[in-house]
Design a protein around this ligand. Structure first.
Ligand code: SF4
Ligand code: SF4
Length: 81
């Protein structure tokens, strides 16, 4: 399941550099996660790095992107081939 950023984002820029998939971009007014690229950090890290660094606790599961771990791993491998 990809993650998404909700409206309490303060656009602090902490999350964008830590994403292993370059899935986070500057939006207007809040930052945005591309669900086609977010793997919940599966393939790269033990846990979602953006959530770890976000001071606003505004990164949550995206209910429109149900994916199991195997699918997330395939997505990661496709992004990095
Ligand atoms: Fe990027 Fe990982 Fe956050 Fe997804 S969970 S947006 S892959 S840092
Ligand atoms: Fe927004 Fe959190 Fe990313 Fe900062 S770390 S830009 S508050 S989602």
């Amino acid at each position: 399941m990809a993650l998404m950023i909700i409206e309490t984002c303060t656009a602090c820029d902490a999350c964008e550099p830590v994403c292993p998939n370059k899935a986070i971009s500057v939006g207007n007014p809040i930052y945005v996660i591309d669900p086609m690229k977010c793997t919940e950090c599966v393939g790269a890290e033990d846990e979602p790095q953006c959530k770890l660094v976000c001071p606003a606790a505004c990164i949550v599961p995206n209910p429109d992107w149900e994916e199991d771990k195997d699918t997330l791993m395939e997505k990661y491998q496709q992004l990095h081939t």
